[in-house]
Design a protein around this ligand. Structure first.
Ligand code: ADP
Ligand code: AMP
Length: 218
């Protein structure tokens, strides 16, 4: 049975960090809508040009652009056994469309871990986040530092700070989360899919909690 997991949580909750680990353990892809947009920005595609202004402003990219991009990614054969979705869906409309996309192949979401962290902690996490240029591996100056400063442990590429990890943009992104994405908590709770996870624990403990949740559902 294919396993589609939606990781829900505010920016900086640890979705990308955890998705990478869990996806490897379950041998299914990690699909991050933010990474897909950043890949398009790097390659200067039309999609990237359309998304850039929204991302720089800390706003959501419009639903129609985002949904078609993720639908295309989910249509690839490496998703036949499932996927870990990180950063998508982010609006009730995206959530509704995701249900339809999965149902087309007879699939459903198996669980929605909601990684909870306070806004104050999120600001510290995001201002200290360093991301690898080659593949988006995630570090933190204090909480998860690389062995050599500025260098990715995994692929040796250089680390950079994301343009949208500036204080003003982070504040905007957190406001957008509370306004536009938080309604998904109730949406998935009603469907009995939501599992609350304490995201303030150290990375390994969050992983343990998530793996317990993900492996306990069919
Ligand atoms: P998201 O994908 O939800 O935006 P990330 O996985 O990029 O979040 O994590 C945001 C920042 O917080 C990164 O710098 C990451 O290293 C750090 N981080 C992730 N999980 C934890 C944790 N449990 N405790 C402390 N810092 C964390
Ligand atoms: P993330 O990497 O998840 O922090 O996302 C970075 C930025 O990409 C967001 O601030 C949005 O501008 C855009 N983005 C990522 N995922 C979505 C989504 N599901 N819907 C709309 N915009 C998104």
């Amino acid at each position: 049975m294919a396993k589609f997991v939606v990781l829900l949580g505010p920016p900086g909750a640890g979705k990308g960090t955890q998705a990478e680990i869990i996806a490897e353990k379950l041998a299914i892809p990690h699909i991050s809508s933010g990474d897909l947009f950043r890949e398009n920005l790097k390659n200067e595609t039309e999609l990237g040009k359309k998304a850039k202004g929204f991302m720089d402003a800390g706003k959501l990219v419009p639903d129609e652009i985002t949904i078609s991009m993720v639908a295309e990614r989910l249509s690839r054969t490496d998703c036949n056994q499932g996927a870990i979705l990180d950063g998508f869906p982010r609006t009730p409309y995206q959530a509704h469309e995701l249900d339809i996309i999965l149902a087309e192949k007879g699939n459903t979401i198996c669980c929605v871990p909601y990684i909870m962290v306070s806004d104050q902690d999120l600001l510290e996490r995001l201002t200290g986040r360093w991301t690898c240029k080659a593949a988006g591996h995630i570090y933190h100056a204090k909480f998860n530092p690389p062995k050599d400063p500025g260098i990715c442990d995994i692929d040796g590429s250089s680390l950079y700070q994301r343009d949208d990890d500036k204080k003003e943009t982070i504040e905007k992104r957190l406001a957008v989360f509370h306004e536009q994405t938080a309604p998904l908590i109730a949406y998935y709770r009603e469907k009995n899919l939501l599992v609350e996870v304490d995201g303030t624990q150290p990375i390994e403990q969050v992983t343990t909690a998530l793996l317990k949740t993900v492996t306990s559902v069919a």
